[in-house]
Structure formats: structure tokens, C-alpha cells
Write a protein that binds this ligand. Structure first.
Ligand code: NDP
Length: 307
């Protein structure tokens, strides 16, 4: 088995940025990109907050360009899923269904995924009015009525943020109370543009090309009605992709990989983690890319010190 300098697991903005930096440092990185490379941005349409793109860029186009840039600097890519890792001794072992690789350093950039309700229309209308990121997509809903699902801090924050653009925000909370902190709840309740419907669930999204409404149901009375909205934001939480690393790396109670302060170092020397897999707070492409850069620089320094 050929020993690599560094294996990057995952191919979102963090993974590709790590690959670009490792490649330019002549580390000849191997990226195991997953079966659907590109990460969450593949589900987005316009990205208007990626610096250097004043006219915006489509999420899939941005990922294609990052990939091209990583390939330019000699990143070897494998479009496969990692099925198992062994970090118990160096070199580390990374396995896919039919191959096994070894590496002196590993950068984990497996990301996170938004949790969805899995109601009819949610898949079909992804990027066409369906979003899980108000910071990314709120701008497109100027003067429109939108719905936000969830009762936690994320939902409160997203709903409040969306009032900057939307004419009205309806927040659907499935129980009779919100889980969000009191201060965030107060902010929601005090905002004239936000209407909160308790004990209410979204049942189905309407529209073929764009969101044209959402069917809702009061789970106490059973009453159903339709909200005339053009945007639908799920804010019911995120799940980091860390199943593979359970019992191997230290994870926080929500499953995010723990790292040293101001660093991408995990609890195992030589294993670094970057992007949404360590970040429940910012969850932006640019912050993920920044963490990917940090991981590559830290991996480079680690290898140099080892030699
Ligand atoms: P949470 O797990 O805290 O809240 C999820 C919310 O979604 C709950 O209200 C839950 O309802 C609801 N929900 C879950 N599944 C469904 C479903 N299928 N249908 C309808 N509603 C559903 O996740 P958050 O993302 O809000 O927060 C994650 C963490 O990040 C928390 O610790 C939070 O405090 C923190 N955070 C802090 C912020 C801040 O301080 N500025 C901002 C954002 C997040 P139920 O209550 O009934 O379970």
C-alpha cells in the first residue's frame, strides 16, 4: 500500500480549499470526495456572498471551479465513500468499499447536513424557494412572505434575520412552546413582521418550478389550511457527518468533532478537522474554506516537524 502524505475526506468548500493548499505545498493530496461530491452547495442555486463574485455564482458552478483548482495542483480524486478509518497508529488507514489507503496525516471535511421534514415537495423544490440557510438565501425573498419551521434558537434567529427582507415571516412551531432561549423568543414575539403559529406543522409544499404555498395542519384541532408563501426555510437543526469517527475521535454531545482552540487539530495528532463538521455556529462556505486552509497549513507543519 502506497503511503500518502495527506488524505482529505470530503469535498465541500473546506475539503477543496484544503486540497488547493496541500497541493500548492507539494503534498500531493489524495481526496476521497464521497459519492456525490461538492457538499451542501450542490443543493444551492445562487451564491451571492462568496467574496470575489460580485455577480454571484451558482453553488454547483462554484464547486466545479474549486474542484478544477484542486486538480490543477495535483490533487488525486477518488469519488467514493470512506467506509472505515483506523487512526490507532501512524500511518493512518482510510478504507473505501474496495480500496485501502494509508497516510501520514488526515484532514476530515465531511461537513454537516441540514435536517429536513421530508414532506412532499421539499426535495423537488430544493434551491427553488426551499432552503435551510437564511443567511445564504434570505436576500432572494425581498418583500415576499416566507415560512420558517422550528422552535429552537436557529429558527428564532432565521426568522428574525428574514424580516430584513421578507414582507412577512410565519414561524411554525410544532409544540405549544418554543425551545429557543427566552431572549430569542422575545425577539421573535416583539417583531411585528413575525407571526408564530404554535402546534402547527407543515404538511406539503405546493408549486412545481418555485414554492407557491405550503399546506399546514394544526396538530391539536386537525384543521388544515394553506399559507400563501414563496419561501420555505427549515430550521430544525443540523447533523454533522461524523458517524465514521464515533468512538475514534472526541466528539461533542451533538456529534461535532472537538478541536483544539483556534486550531483544526483533533485529539489525535496528525488528524485535522475543518468546515461544518466542527462548526455548528457559522456554517458558511467561506468559513468552511477558511478552516480548510487552516487544516492544510497545520498538516503541512505537522509533516515538516515529523520529518
Ligand atoms: P434545536 O435542536 O435546538 O431545535 C430544533 C427545533 O426544531 C425544536 O424546536 C424542535 O421542536 C424543532 N423540530 C425538530 N424536528 C422537527 C420536525 N420534524 N418538525 C417540526 N419541528 C421540528 O436546533 P437549533 O438548530 O435551533 O439549535 C442547535 C444548537 O445551536 C442549540 O444548542 C442552540 O441553542 C444553538 N444555537 C444558538 C444560537 C444563538 O445563540 N445565537 C443560534 C442558533 C443555534 P421540539 O422543541 O418540539 O423538539
Amino acid at each position: 500500500m502506497e503511503e500518502r502524505n495527506v488524505i482529505i475526506i470530503g469535498s465541500g468548500p473546506a475539503g477543496y480549499t484544503a486540497a488547493i493548499y496541500c497541493g500548492r505545498a507539494d503534498m500531493k493530496p489524495l481526496m476521497i470526495a464521497g459519492q456525490q461530491p461538492g457538499g451542501q452547495l450542490m443543493l444551492t442555486s445562487d451564491v451571492e456572498n462568496w467574496p470575489g463574485e460580485p455577480d454571484g455564482v451558482l453553488g454547483p458552478d462554484l464547486m466545479e471551479r474549486l474542484k478544477k483548482q484542486a486538480l490543477k495542483f495535483d490533487t488525486e480524486m477518488v469519488d467514493d465513500l470512506v467506509t472505515e478509518v483506523d487512526f490507532s497508529s501512524s500511518p493512518f488507514i482510510v478504507k473505501t468499499a474496495d480500496k485501502e489507503f494509508s497516510a501520514k496525516a488526515v484532514i476530515i471535511a465531511t461537513g454537516a447536513s441540514a435536517m429536513w421534514l421530508n414532506i412532499p415537495g421539499e426535495d423537488r423544490l430544493q434551491g427553488k424557494g426551499v432552503s435551510a440557510c437564511a443567511t445564504c438565501d434570505g436576500f432572494f425573498f425581498r418583500d415576499k412572505h416566507v415560512v420558517v419551521i422550528g422552535g429552537g434558537d436557529s429558527a428564532a434567529e432565521e426568522a428574525t434575520f428574514l424580516t430584513k427582507f421578507a414582507s412577512k415571516v410565519t414561524l411554525l412551531v410544532r409544540r405549544g412552546e418554543m425551545r429557543a432561549s427566552k431572549i430569542m423568543q422575545k425577539r421573535v414575539m416583539d417583531n411585528e413582521k413575525i407571526e408564530v403559529l404554535f402546534n402547527t406543522e407543515a404538511v406539503e409544499l405546493l408549486g412545481e418550478e418555485r414554492v407557491q404555498g405550503v399546506k399546514i395542519k394544526n396538530n391539536e384541532t386537525g384543521d388544515e389550511s394553506t399559507l400563501d408563501v414563496e419561501g420555505y426555510f427549515a430550521a430544525i437543526g443540523h447533523k454533522p457527518t461524523t458517524e465514521l469517527f464515533k468512538d475514534i475521535l472526541e466528539l461533542d454531545p451533538k456529534g461535532y468533532i472537538k478541536h483544539a482552540p483556534d486550531s483544526t487539530k483533533t485529539n489525535i495528532e496528525g488528524v485535522f478537522a475543518a468546515g461544518d463538521v466542527v462548526d455548528p455556529w457559522y456554517r458558511q462556505a467561506i468559513t468552511a474554506a477558511g478552516l480548510g486552509c487552516m487544516a492544510a497549513l497545520e498538516a503541512e507543519r505537522y509533516l515538516a516537524a515529523k520529518e
